[in-house]
Ligand binder design. Structure first.
Ligand SMILES: [Zn+2]
Length: 116
């Protein structure tokens, strides 16, 4: 049974009708989405999703308003290896990128968001 934690968007004061009212962002998996401003009237840092299972549930940041999602197979944007059970995310350039692991997603994410 996955543990979504109690600090998820679905439990937050600022989540109503499927939308984060602070960020004006639609959140589909609200019980498995998180940010650093749970029930706090501020916007700081990204929204987080549950990433791939890796000795536990690992929280990985959204790419701005795009939630990373699990895919059953693909080719990693970082290491160019084909994989089973990885991640996929949309970008602001309307691309869809795939990653073999939480680590390679985070490597890419940190590069994209280094000026945030
Ligand atoms: Zn990779």
């Amino acid at each position: 049974m996955p543990n979504g934690g109690t600090d998820n968007c679905g439990e937050c004061y600022f989540f109503l009708g499927g939308v984060c009212l602070r960020r004006h962002t639609r959140v589909i998996n609200q019980y498995y989405s998180y940010c650093d401003n749970f029930a706090v009237d501020a916007i700081q840092g990204p929204i987080y999703a549950n990433g791939l299972y890796d000795n536990g549930y690992v929280r990985i940041p959204w790419n701005d308003s795009y939630e990373p999602r699990k895919v059953i197979s693909g080719i990693c944007h970082i290491c160019h290896q084909t994989f089973k059970d990885g991640l996929e995310v949309n970008t602001n350039d309307k691309e869809v990128l795939q990653f073999c692991s939480n680590e390679h997603y985070l490597d890419w994410w940190k590069e994209i968001h280094k000026n945030d």
